[in-house]
Design a protein around this ligand. Sequence first.
Ligand SMILES: NC(=O)c1ccc[n+]([C@@H]2O[C@H](COP(=O)([O-])OP(=O)(O)OC[C@H]3O[C@@H](n4cnc5c(N)ncnc54)[C@H](OP(=O)(O)O)[C@@H]3O)[C@@H](O)[C@H]2O)c1
Length: 303
Amino acid sequence: MKAAVLPAVDAAFELRDVPDPVPADGQALVRVRAAGINFLDVLIRRGRYPQPPELPAILGSEVAGELEDGTRVAALTGGQGFAELVAVDRASVVPLPDDATFAEGAGFLLTFLTAWVPLTRQVRLREGARVLVHAAAGGVGTAAIQCARALDAEVVAAAGSEEKLVLCRELGAAEAYTYDAIPDDLRVDVVVDPVGGDLFAQAIGRLRPLGTVIAIGFGGGLWEDVQPANLVGRNVGVQGVYIGRLMRHAPEVIREALGELLELWEAGAIRPVVGRELPLEEIEAALDLVESRRSVGKVVLVP
Ligand SMILES: NC(=O)c1ccc[n+]([C@@H]2O[C@H](COP(=O)([O-])OP(=O)(O)OC[C@H]3O[C@@H](n4cnc5c(N)ncnc54)[C@H](OP(=O)(O)O)[C@@H]3O)[C@@H](O)[C@H]2O)c1
């Protein structure tokens, strides 16, 4: 089969012919119709991911495609997704809604789980709460806006450019700001932060009493140390979420959350946003879109 292989940190991907994967016990073979790019792939490529795979490796953590009996599915792969075929754990396979495209399927699992699990299990978002979403036009961001709206919260979106804010408003954000235009007196109950760095540092000061920052990613810079005194003094908290580890240690939470998300998708309350679809051969351009902050929603590769 054809696959995009990353030979080494900072190297260019190579399209290679490699042996077809052989599913182990408990696994299924998926013919990949679309593979979602995640920021994780950028971090691994740049040598910035804390638990990287041994290189050379095929990257790609989620796909949509067909099982051998033709069933249309989405699946988390744990890597290996940028290829024509991938062997996946049966436990990570979900059926695609009838009207879903493969590209939407490839942009569904990681982003929506990353938004939904903390909003429902950690923060337990209540109706009418105010939620600030950073990188709100991105993969996790567009999912977070939709999940918060589905929970009847009010969304304030923040993103890197005016163009990105248009999409955020379309998805239901009541207010939308570029980072430099966030009002000084904005106060919210929850901050969804997939960015880290300075934005994470500012987020704690934007919380109302009893508010929570959900720390998700550090693509925009490593997290600063949080002093408990700052949290105690303000009556606020920070919650972290890491879906990869939750899948290993609490798979029942993931299954339950996926069931809820599929119901929401089928009811029309959420829908993955696909910003671009590119052929697998254009993986360099696709990764560059995400790394250079020019992407909105999900960027998806078609093998
Ligand atoms: N914890 C978990 O389980 C988990 C799961 C999935 C993803 N994540 C993390 O969540 C974050 C978002 O992932 P994603 O795949 O949905 O990506 P994405 O949001 O589609 O793309 C990253 C976005 O981050 C913003 N950004 C801010 N500073 C940046 C910088 N210095 N370099 C690059 N981007 C920067 C950009 O949006 P603006 O231009 O609007 O700022 C960019 O579009 C990543 O950090 C990822 O690692 C974590």
